[in-house]
Write a protein that binds this ligand. Sequence first.
Ligand SMILES: Nc1ncnc2c1ncn2[C@@H]1O[C@H](COP(=O)(O)OP(=O)(O)O)[C@@H](O)[C@H]1O
Ligand SMILES: [Mg+2]
Length: 317
Amino acid sequence: MQSVWTEKYRPSTFEQVKGQKRILERIQAMVNQKNLQNMLFCGPAGVGKSTLAVVIARELFGENWKFNFHELNASDARGIDVVRNDIKQFARTKAIGTELPKIIFLDECDALTKEAQQALRRTMENYSKTVRFVLSCNFFSKILDPIKSRCTIFKFKPLEKEDVEKVVFNLAEKEGLNVSKETIDALYDVCEGDARRIVNILQSCAMMDKNISTEHVFEFMAMAKPEEIKSFLIKAINKDFINAKKEMQKVMIQHSLSGMDLIKQIQKEIWSLEIDDNLKIKLIDKCGEIEFRMVEGSDEFIQLEALLANFANAHVD
Ligand SMILES: Nc1ncnc2c1ncn2[C@@H]1O[C@H](COP(=O)(O)OP(=O)(O)O)[C@@H](O)[C@H]1O
Ligand SMILES: [Mg+2]
C-alpha cells in the first residue's frame, strides 16, 4: 500500500520545517537550554503545529522520543475524563533516558467546553513537575485566560508562497514530479498556505500523472479556474448578460460545482477584477446576501442569475 505523503514527508528536524521563522527561533532556544515551558500553539490547519510538537520531542529525547511523548486529541468524543485518565497513565511513570519532563501534546483544545478547560488547567497544575503540555488550537479566543496565562503562546501563520514553493520542490524531487511555477501559483491560490492540503492534492494528482498540471489541481479540488470565473463576470459587467449566464452554467456543469461552491469562487475573484473598490465591496456584500438565501433553500440558479444581474447593473456612483 502507498503511504500517505503528509506522514511520509512530515518534517522531523527544525531545518525541515518551512516558514514560522520567529516561532522556530524561540522554540530552538528553549530546546537548547533544555528549559521547556507549557506551550500553546495556535493557528490555522496544516501549518506545522503537530509537526513542531514532534520535532521538539525528537530533538529533546533523541531515539527515546516515542517513550516520552504522548499525543492526545482534546476533543476525543469519549470526553475529558478519558483524556485526563490517559494523561494520568502517561504522567505516572518517569521519563526514559532523560531527567527532563515528558511532553504531552493535546490537539484541538478549542473544542473543549469551559468546564473541560478548567479541568485541563487543574490537570496541568497537578503534573507540573513531571510533564510539559503543548496545547494546540485553531482559535485563540476560545481558550480560557487561566490556560493562556500558564503557557508560552505561539501564533502560527499560513505558509507564505516561498515556503509553499520549498515544500512543493522538496516533494517534486523525492517523488519525481514535474510541477511548473504556474501550478505552484494555483496551489497557493487554492490552499492559501495550508501545507497539508497542498501535499494531499499533490499526492492525488500524482496518482494520475507525475506531470502535475494546473488543470489537474482544479479538477481535483472541484474548482473552476480563476480565469473561467473572471471571464463570465467581465461579460456580465459589460452587460453581455445572456453570454455571461451561458458561460456560468457551462462552468458549473463542467466542474460539477454547486451554487455554494461557485459563489465562494466568485467572491474571491471579485477582488482581482479591475473595477472600483466601492463597487467591489457592494458586490461582495451581494455575494453574502445570495449565499445566505441559498443556505435558506432558495433556488440556486435563480440566485446566481440575480447576482449576475447585479454585475450587469454595476455602475460607480
Ligand atoms: N511549516 C511546514 N513546513 C513543512 N511542511 C509542513 C509545514 N506545515 C505543515 N506541513 C506539511 O503538512 C503536514 C501536516 O502538518 P501538521 O503539522 O500536522 O499541521 P497542523 O498545523 O494542522 O498540526 C505535515 O506532515 C507536512 O507534510
Ligand atoms: Mg495538527
